[in-house]
Design a protein around this ligand. Structure first.
Ligand code: X2X
Length: 358
């Protein structure tokens, strides 16, 4: 009797063991997470936060490894979507900017002076992401066959230049500015009289060192301070002309191979990483909430006022007034009209309603 019971128990244990090993055998030993800029960028730190969260919550069963510097696509940042779709990349913390050449709707937040033209620009972007227009963007992403996991933020993009200051569109005349290879950027900077140059981020920094361009645009907290942009540029134009939301995404086949519990676990880490990533992007640009949040989770970065850091390093920061914005707003009216048609007037209208309701 005892023997029978024992052997039954042994059989049950053996079966459980088999099941467990079958389940874990289905998981890869490493999942590749693609990130365009470097590890020290806000974007890079958010990717690391997410990967650490998943590893900790799964007790090491799910190992996501961030690959920085666009290395999974040999620097070609606008190829990321294609590689996630094919499964060469398992996860990406992607930017709307790098996927918008293929997904037209993602140009929404790059419409010049659209989101920031609201009294509270962070409230406006949160309203879009949580609202009808956000759902339209998620749907457009998933229509390409990849899984959308949640938002994060690179930030509002500010212009840094070696010549300046830039107070009106005429000050940008003929200026050679590095932009990424996404068509709406060429249109925006051409409409302002500048001379935009499409260069991948992986090559941009060498370009700045060699002085092949007069400037570039990226968020202060997330990119300009971590790359120490003052080495090349003396002026920062704080015009918040567009925002660069990030989003977590996964190859659909990879996603479906996770158990429902593990899918929940990964989604919960995306939610935590969104809070963290947005706080890094908003630190010292909001009413102090970002600071309090980062402090509460014990993750305050060494530099808590990135804009001051630019000034400390000799940069002139031009904070835009509503009158200055108005001139740029008018100069880019044609770009907004043209791109509203390309994005879809229904998406733009939904975003306007989302922002108004906030
Ligand atoms: O290329 C850029 O400027 C960057 C790093 O911000 C993006 O990938 C959109």
């Amino acid at each position: 009797m005892t023997f029978k019971l024992l052997s039954k128990a042994a059989l049950a244990l053996a079966t459980m063991g088999l099941c467990l090993s079958a389940a874990s055998a289905a998981y890869k030993s490493e999942y590749k997470l693609s990130v365009v800029p470097g590890a020290s960028s806000g974007w890079g730190q958010t990717a690391t936060f997410f990967a650490d969260c998943v590893r900790q919550k799964s007790n090491g069963r799910i190992n996501i490894k961030p690959y920085f510097g666009a290395q999974l696509m040999a620097g070609k940042q606008t190829s990321e979507l294609l590689l996630v779709r094919r499964g060469a990349i398992d996860f990406a913390l992607a930017s709307t900017i790098n996927w918008s050449p293929q997904i037209k709707e993602l140009n929404l937040t790059a419409l010049p002076f659209f989101v920031a033209n609201n009294p509270d620009r962070y409230k406006a972007i949160d309203a879009i992401e949580a609202g009808k227009s956000g759902k339209m963007l998620e749907k457009a992403i998933e229509k390409t066959g990849v899984k959308f996991l949640g938002w994060s933020e690179n930030g509002f993009r500010e212009l840094t230049t070696s010549k300046g200051p830039i107070e009106k569109p005429e000050d940008m005349k003929g200026m050679k500015l590095r932009v990424c290879g996404t068509p709406i950027f060429i249109d925006i900077f051409s409409s302002l009289g500048a001379n935009p140059q499409a260069i991948n981020w992986s090559e941009a920094v060498t370009g700045f060192q060699q002085g092949i361009v007069d400037g570039q645009e990226n968020p202060t907290n997330g990119i300009n301070v971590p790359t120490k942009v003052w080495q090349w540029h003396k002026y920062s134009t704080d015009w918040h002309y567009m925002i660069d939301p990030l989003f977590f995404t996964a190859n659909m086949k990879v996603w479906k191979e996770f158990s429902p519990e593990d899918q929940k676990l990964i989604l919960s880490c995306a939610t935590e990483a969104e809070k963290y990533g947005k706080a890094l992007s908003r630190l010292s640009n909001d009413n102090g909430q970002a600071y309090e949040y980062l402090k509460s989770i014990n993750k305050l970065p060494a530099i808590t006022n990135p804009k001051e850091e630019l000034k400390k390093n000799g940069m002139t920061v031009t904070e835009y007034t509503p009158e200055m914005i108005k001139r740029f707003y008018e100069a880019t009216a044609g770009v907004r009209a043209d791109w509203t048609q390309k994005i879809g007037p229904n998406v733009v209208k939904a975003a306007e309603e989302d922002m108004q309701a906030a």
